[in-house]
Design a protein around this ligand. Structure first.
Ligand code: BTN
Length: 236
């Protein structure tokens, strides 16, 4: 990471990145905040961001070549997974971009775009108390699930390292190794669940991940389909 900007409190680290881009900032900059007042998740959800309990950060990235953009959220999830698995063998990736501990979500990624750049936001529940999350939220923290208290600065350093090494791998050698590691650690594969396809919710069995990070699913009638995240919303 070329530059790391640290803040005490922001609305959303993704929004800070958008403002920076508006003022000429380029890729290689990361924004980290101790708390967020308007942390957001995918599909307009709120991301609870209390001070010193979680890690809230966003990176500015160059958009990868056309079809590789859809691999960005999964690659981020893989970087987070490499860090979370140090605390538990029970860590997995839920396609397309969540990290779970057991069945509960411990981290999520929100990738948005502005001009020719991407803003990749990551939220990780590190030291939140177990009762910070309602049952309906289906969430946990590393502390609540593993009874360990990760140091946010050490965690962040490892995350930057993993993230840089994965994006180097993607640029230099393509998708092969990344897809392999995703397949090995994706708990969605082998499960039946509800998926959104063409705006409709369908029941299907997740079979595999294809070479571009798409999820291969099988409908009850045997029809095979590939789902792509297609969830990089435009922040401009
Ligand atoms: C999700 O799982 O829905 C994605 C959650 C992403 C949350 C992070 S926290 C840092 C960055 N700033 C935000 O406002 N959102 C992301």
């Amino acid at each position: 990471m070329k530059k790391i900007l640290e803040y005490d409190e922001v609305t959303s680290t993704n929004d800070v990145c958008f403002d920076l881009i508006e003022n000429g900032e380029r890729d290689g900059t990361a924004v980290v905040a101790l708390s967020q007042t308007k942390g957001r998740g995918r599909q307009g959800r709120f991301w609870i961001s209390p001070k010193n309990e979680g890690l809230y950060l966003s990176f500015i990235l160059r958009k990868p070549k056309e079809k590789l953009s859809q691999l960005v959220p999964l690659t981020l999830a893989l970087a987070v997974h490499r860090c979370v698995k140090e605390y538990s063998y029970n860590a997995s990736i839920k396609w397309p971009n969540d990290v779970l501990l057991g069945e509960k979500k411990v981290a999520g990624c929100l990738v948005e775009s502005k001009k020719d750049l991407l803003v990749a936001g990551i939220g990780i529940n590190l030291n939140n108390a177990a009762d910070s999350f309602t049952k309906e939220m289906g969430a946990t923290s590393i502390k609540a699930a593993c009874r360990k208290t990760p140091d946010p600065v050490k965690f962040r350093k490892k995350l930057f390292k993993e993230f840089e090494s994965l994006f180097d791998e993607l640029e230099k050698n393509g998708t092969g190794e990344i897809i392999k590691e995703l397949r090995e650690n994706c708990s969605t594969i082998g499960k039946s669940a509800s998926f959104v396809s063409g705006g409709q919710i369908i029941e299907a069995a997740a079979k595999d991940i294809d070479s571009l990070g798409g999820l291969i699913i099988e409908r009850p009638d045997g029809k095979i389909e590939v789902l792509y995240t297609g969830e990089i919303s435009d922040g401009s």
